[in-house]
Design a protein around this ligand. Structure first.
Ligand code: FAD
Length: 506
């Protein structure tokens, strides 16, 4: 099934226990903090369900003979990876990459898990069937999933906070805290209590996946639980951060916050019952981790992150280039050099996305994913570089965003409209165009909405030491080691050295 935007909006109406501060939200689709973001997501479903895009963005599922969103395609070839990429691109371009957790992100994680279901049965718990059934369910209903897979402060166990030098806590210190854990188990399922961070877009989604993307330590088995539930499951509460959409003055004043505030929420499970068929990992710290990394899950899911980022980088570079032109500085050699430098980095992200697909990683049963060395290198580098990209763009902006009027009402008053037209060296229409440009620029790199985006790019896949760690793990060290050995071998062994030196001395 390919869901339309309207079907998506109808599905999430009046649900979920969502709180904004002390207010309980009645209907996220009409609430001033979320309604425009809901509309932006609905637009994505309209793009994929549009008959014009059918061949480009969907596939015929062999199991059912029906058309499904290509994001649910279990890839077996480079062509399949390209089919998946086209959805990431279409949705990324539609929202300029401002929805980090658009519906293709977590759906790709689940699809990756369904490529290797045997991992779910490491301890013969029968969860392999649960994950494949769940993949079929979200595929056939074209559902939107978010995830919360990180424990809150104080609940990160010794493995997650371990540094090479020192373990920050010992297993015995692992005791009561706010982290999510299993508190009851019976024939019909398990009951969980506690918190998980940070479910971006859960307020806009149909379902939430709760699990552990960071390693757990022995002793943390009660927290080694992975499951998925509808966001309106009884007892499940979503605690929203400050909503930028609600704070936006108007679309012209805060253009991106107004439409693309994807929301972030702390997830609280207040004795939530999870039926067994929705449990994917339980009681074993090795399976909690393996389902992400010993399946194509983490790789297929994060392909979306980079393709989406490219859309955002392209928009940002396009906007700052226009501003430089308007300000008459674009041809100054130093400015041109800076803008070209940004272009080099955008080109590198584009190339890395191509490289991820060009040499796919082979998985059992004929499945493939993007190459993991390139995937994790892209992840590490872009997460580290993004703040620098923003800093350079801000440097090019100078004080121009603050030379703009307080808000768009300036154009309602003929006197101020005239003054600003003069200031912009043009007419009111040109002054408005300049205002629009500056407001987009500021929402990309300067506003609170933009600042949250910088934080998102730095943390979407975990903190730096974790993402660097993954890059190191999947780097092909044998290649560099071989070169080092080759160079050493070319100089010869000790006997040869002694002989050669003796010969040289005559
Ligand atoms: C905007 C945004 C959206 C997010 N969306 C999601 C989402 O959709 N789903 C989800 O599950 N998570 C999401 N996250 C959470 C993200 O995965 C976490 O922020 C990340 O794992 C870091 O955890 P933390 O925020 O608790 O920081 P902490 O673990 O407290 O770390 C903070 C900092 O402390 C330092 N530090 C901590 N431990 C070590 C160590 N062992 N060695 C060296 N330095 C250390 C590092 O500088 C680190 O950056 C999101 C985060 C942000 C900012």
């Amino acid at each position: 099934m390919l869901r339309t935007g309207k079907q998506y909006v109808d599905a999430i109406k009046c649900r979920a226990d969502v709180y904004v501060g002390g207010e309980r939200v009645k209907d996220v689709t009409t609430h001033p903090a979320f309604r425009n973001s809901v509309a932006s997501v609905a637009r994505l479903y309209d793009v994929t369900s549009d008959p014009k895009n059918r061949d480009r963005l969907s596939y015929v599922e062999a199991e059912t003979g029906t058309r499904c969103n290509s994001i649910f395609l279990r890839p077996r070839s480079v062509d399949d990876l390209a089919a998946r990429r086209r959805v990431h691109e279409a949705w990324g371009d539609e929202t300029w990459g401002l929805l980090g957790r658009s519906p293709d992100h977590v759906a790709a994680f689940i699809t990756g898990m369904a490529c290797k279901p045997d991992v779910f049965d490491l301890h013969n718990q029968g969860f392999s069937r649960n994950i494949t059934d769940y993949w079929r369910y979200i595929r056939d209903n074209d559902l939107y999933l978010a995830y919360a897979v990180v424990p809150p402060a104080g609940a990160k166990g010794s493995e997650a906070v371990a540094t090479p030098q020192k373990k920050a806590s010992t297993d015995s210190q692992w005791g009561e805290n706010a982290g999510l854990r299993v508190v009851k188990e019976d024939d019909s399922g398990i009951t969980v209590w506690g918190f998980k961070i940070l479910a971006t877009a859960a307020i806009l989604a149909d379902e939430v996946l709760v699990g552990n993307v960071l390693p757990l330590a022995p002793g943390e088995e009660k927290s080694a639980i992975t499951f998925a539930l509808p966001v309106d499951a009884p007892g499940l509460k979503l605690l929203s951060r400050r909503p930028y959409e609600k704070l936006a003055l108007s679309e012209l004043d805060d253009p991106l916050a107004y439409r693309y505030d994807e929301t972030d929420a702390v997830v609280f499970c207040d004795n939530v019952k999870v039926p067994w068929e929705r449990v994917f990992a339980h009681n074993h710290i090795d399976t909690a981790r393996a389902i992400f990394y010993d399946t194509p899950s983490h790789t297929l899911g994060n392909a979306q992150a980079h393709i989406r980022l490219l859309s955002k980088l392209r928009l940002t570079l396009g906007i700052v280039r226009k501003i430089a032109e308007q300000n008459g500085i674009a041809q100054i050699p130093a400015v041109r050099d800076t803008i070209f430098g940004l272009g080099v980095r955008v080109a590198m992200v584009e190339a890395l996305i191509v490289a991820q697909e060009a040499r796919p990683q082979q998985w059992p049963d004929g499945y493939v994913s993007q190459d993991r060395q390139t995937m994790y290198a892209t992840m590490s580098w872009t997460m580290e570089y993004y703040p620098e990209f923003v800093r350079i763009v801000r440097e090019l902006l100078g004080s121009h965003p603050f030379q703009q009027p307080a808000d768009v009402s300036v154009f309602d008053n003929p006197v101020t409209a005239h003054i600003f037209a003069k200031f912009s060296v043009g007419d009111s229409a040109q002054a408005l165009e300049r205002y629009k440009l500056m407001r987009i620029a500021w929402d990309l790199v300067g506003s609170e909405f933009a600042s949250r985006h910088t934080q998102y790019e730095m943390f979407y896949a975990g903190p730096r030491h974790v993402t660097r760690g993954r890059s190191g793990y999947y780097f092909r060290w044998d290649v560099v080691d071989r070169e080092a050995e080759k160079a050493l071998a070319r100089l010869g062994d000790y006997d040869r050295l002694v002989k050669n030196r003796a010969r040289a001395r005559g």
